[in-house]
Design a protein around this ligand. Structure first.
Ligand SMILES: C[S@@+](CC[C@H](N)C(=O)[O-])C[C@H]1O[C@@H](n2cnc3c(N)ncnc32)[C@H](O)[C@@H]1O
Length: 275
């Protein structure tokens, strides 16, 4: 039996009454997941969906009932103007992380520098830097073999020659003094944080850090003080209440010129230091 789109719009509205967010996600799914044009979605009310389209919409509804994020349903995420493959193996890139990329892409650096993205996940940070700076070498590092698979698929999709992947427990496999800039969005959520209840589909190892969320900043800062060239930069994304703790950790590990920057909601979300 064929149904038209209105049948499913009503079905979504019946299951989630007054939920504007899910209605928006449904429309986004029709465009991005089923490639339906606006005329089909908003004007051609009699358009009969194919069996495949109906099956896909039923799957969308069932995934949303299970709380699966839209990016995992679509298997893609938009970040810094590009589309990245994402699935349950990696964290979904967050819009605020674009600030970190923007900071790096606005620096004037020499052509032969090396940048390391520590905890690369989907590769979104390192790849966005590599795309905008084709003459510099960028490395994406992660200890999760599954993340490396996803980042590698993204590297191949963008056909990048200046982005390489390293499978490593933080910076343990990096040579001393070999990197100019280390950029990292490490796990920084406290294991007791109540927001974790809403994030059950994302890898816990990408979210939670020991010592109330500060453990990975400590390990990375300590290792980075050796792995960076003299004058090199370490720059972190962190939680909106962690700027002063992260600054202290960097200072204790020998970094100076420490500065924090605000996101669009005026929260301090990025901290950098020079060794
Ligand atoms: C918050 S996610 C960031 C992912 C991606 N860079 C982004 O911004 O969307 C943190 C990443 O750090 C990785 N990670 C956690 N512990 C690690 C370790 N000991 N060594 C290397 N990577 C680690 C996780 O696998 C995850 O991909």
């Amino acid at each position: 039996m064929s149904s038209n789109l209105n049948f499913y719009k009503n079905k979504v509205a019946d299951i989630w009454p007054n939920d504007q967010e899910i209605s928006k996600e449904f429309i986004f799914y029709l465009k991005e997941g089923l490639n339906l044009k606006d005329t089909r979605i908003y004007i051609d009310k009699d358009y009969l969906l194919s069996n495949e389209e109906q099956k896909a919409i039923e799957e969308f509804i069932s995934h949303k009932k299970n709380g699966i994020p839209l990016d995992y349903i679509l298997k893609k995420s938009f970040f810094y103007g590009n589309e990245f493959l994402v699935d349950e193996r990696v964290l979904i890139p967050r819009p605020e992380t674009e600030l970190l990329v923007d900071y790096i892409n606005n620096l004037n650096f020499l052509n032969d520098i090396k940048i390391l993205d520590a905890g690369t996940g989907s590769g979104c940070i390192g790849i966005s830097i590599a795309i905008h700076n084709p003459s510099i070498q960028v490395y994406g590092l992660d200890y999760s073999a599954k993340s490396i698979e996803v980042a590698n698929a993204n590297k191949n999709y963008f056909e990048l020659n200046n982005f390489s992947l390293i499978h490593s427990d933080w910076l343990s496999s990096i040579k001393d003094g070999s990197i100019d800039i280390i950029v990292s969005n490490p796990p920084y959520v406290d294991s007791e944080d109540k927001h974790l209840r809403d994030l059950i589909h994302e890898p816990i190892s990408a979210l939670v850090a020991s010592e109330g969320g500060l453990g990975d900043f400590k390990v990375i800062s300590n290792q980075a003080s050796l792995k960076l060239e003299k004058g090199g930069m370490l720059i972190f994304e962190h939680g909106y209440q962690q700027a002063s703790d992260v600054s202290d950790i960097m200072r204790e590990n020998g970094f100076n010129n420490i500065e924090s920057f605000k996101d669009h909601q005026s929260h301090l979300r990025i901290t950098k230091g020079i060794i």
